[in-house]
Write a protein that binds this ligand. Structure first.
Ligand code: EPU
Length: 417
């Protein structure tokens, strides 16, 4: 079975540039459907999920070509009205294709999306938002039909600042006719700003991403564009927590400190030294302090996607930390695996309580989702002895060549099958 084998205990030292952001790249790939002419995307990470996103475009009739980290896309074709069920089921973000496809085709059929197992991941907010924007919907077995007939209202308020819903309706509304439309209570994640910047680079008129209101003036069409995907803030945090756990001195040249202010503060509080005048440099002498409490929430709060790695970090801290997961209630599968490595973790009122131990021990562990896998790798790098991390297919969904990046900074990690 495919696995990563790690011999823990090496200090991490060196510098590198982090991959492009998976969670920017996916909605941007979907949004290229709106562009008349060619889109060139640079810095696209080569991941399982980006591969699926490109396959979805192909299944709709678009032309695509990948050259290294660049993807060339031409969507100047009549698009299919539906995405094959098999592709929809491969990842949650397939739902992001609904907005642009509905903008292009006026009547589409969408199968329910799949994705990592993080507990219930319904699409009710997506359906509600499109209904509020004037779409008619009806369900049939495992799919939903959306018909885009009436003109959208001047304003829509999201019940919850969902990342996917915000991205879906931004792309849906970018091209069209009529007056400005305001999205109130949108998600404010940096990936939303990246999507806005991409759409505007192609001629859209969108402002406010990252703030409490996004204002969209629909434009008639989008034109050719070339765009650079922003660096991945969650991969950045994965590598930073690994260095904090192992000790060492690493510079991530292209990391953007503004995207991760809260987690950076916590890393400092845990004892790491951070310099962020050019990229991010983290210096750690180990000796990690407990953080007391970590609570995830929509941006600018602490990101749920970094929770697993911070749980691993806290498992070797001096003291106790309560981890409250407020975004995906059952995103704790890493805890049982960390316990196999000697971590002391209990559950109290649905929260994980991590009591730091001196050192983790190598073990055979199983990743059941992407960030769980990242946390197990971080734990294995700092543990005593050999760790085997199974579930590489989950890790490959979000990390480009994770073993190569880590080997570059001194880790002893290899991929075996
Ligand atoms: N939710 C609903 N109904 C919906 C949509 C969402 O109940 O219709 C719930 C979700 O179940 C979850 C919460 O709302 O409990 C937040 O979901 P959101 O829609 O904000 O998340 P998402 O768009 O599905 C993106 C990222 C996730 C990241 C979350 C939160 C992408 C491709 N995915 O998911 O990334 O955890 O935002 O920041 O952008 C990851 O990279 O490991 C990952 C899971």
């Amino acid at each position: 079975m495919d696995r990563f084998e790690i011999i823990g205990g090496h200090k991490l030292e060196g510098r590198f540039s982090v991959q492009g952001a998976k969670n920017s790249c996916l909605p941007i790939i979907a949004a290229t459907m709106l562009v008349q002419g060619e889109t060139v995307l640079h810095n696209c990470p080569d991941l399982k999920d980006t591969e699926v996103a490109v396959s979805i475009l192909n299944s709709l009739g678009c032309y695509t070509e990948r050259q290294g980290n660049d993807i060339y896309i031409n969507s100047d074709v009549n698009l299919e009205n539906t995405i094959p069920e098999e592709l929809m089921s491969k990842m949650r973000s397939s739902i992001m294709f609904l907005g642009p496809l509905l903008s292009r085709n006026k009547c589409v059929r969408i199968y329910y999306p799949g994705g990592c197992k993080l507990g219930p991941r319904p699409i009710n907010y997506h359906i509600d938002a499109f209904r509020a924007l004037g779409a008619e919907t009806y369900e049939e077995e495992n799919s939903i039909f959306f018909k885009n007939f009436s003109a959208p209202p001047r304003e829509i308020t999201l019940e919850y600042p969902s990342v996917g819903v915000t991205e879906n309706i931004m792309t849906f509304l970018a091209v069209g006719q009529g007056d400005e439309i305001r999205i109130k209570n949108p998600a404010r994640e940096p990936e939303i700003l990246d999507l806005q910047n991409f759409l505007n680079s192609a001629g859209a008129k969108i402002k406010g991403a990252g703030n409490e209101e996004i204002i969209i003036k629909p434009v008639e069409k989008l034109h050719n564009t070339e765009y650079n995907i922003m660096p991945d803030r969650i991969a950045t945090l994965t590598y930073l927590t690994s260095v904090a756990m192992c000790g060492g001195d690493v510079i991530i040249d292209n990391a953007v400190p503004e995207h991760i202010r809260k987690p950076i503060k916590l890393l400092e509080k845990a004892g790491a030294e951070i310099r962020d005048s050019y990229g991010i440099r983290l210096i750690s002498h180990r000796g990690i302090k407990a953080l007391g409490k970590i609570e995830t929430g929509p941006y600018p709060d602490f990101p749920t996607d970094a929770q697993a790695c911070f749980s691993a970090l806290m498992s070797t801290s001096e003291g106790e930390t309560e981890i409250c997961e407020n975004v995906f209630s059952s995103r704790f599968s890493h805890c049982d695996e960390l316990k196999k490595m000697g971590a002391d973790i209990d559950f109290r009122d649905g929260n994980a309580v991590v009591k730091g131990v001196k050192r983790l021990k190598g073990a055979e562990v199983y990743a059941s989702d992407l960030r769980c896998g990242a946390a197990l790798i971080a734990a294995g790098l700092s543990a005593e002895g050999r760790t085997k991390v199974y579930g590489t297919e989950f890790i490959d969904r979000g990390y480009e060549n994770i073993e190569k990046v880590l080997r570059k900074i001194g880790a002893d990690i290899k991929r075996l099958s």
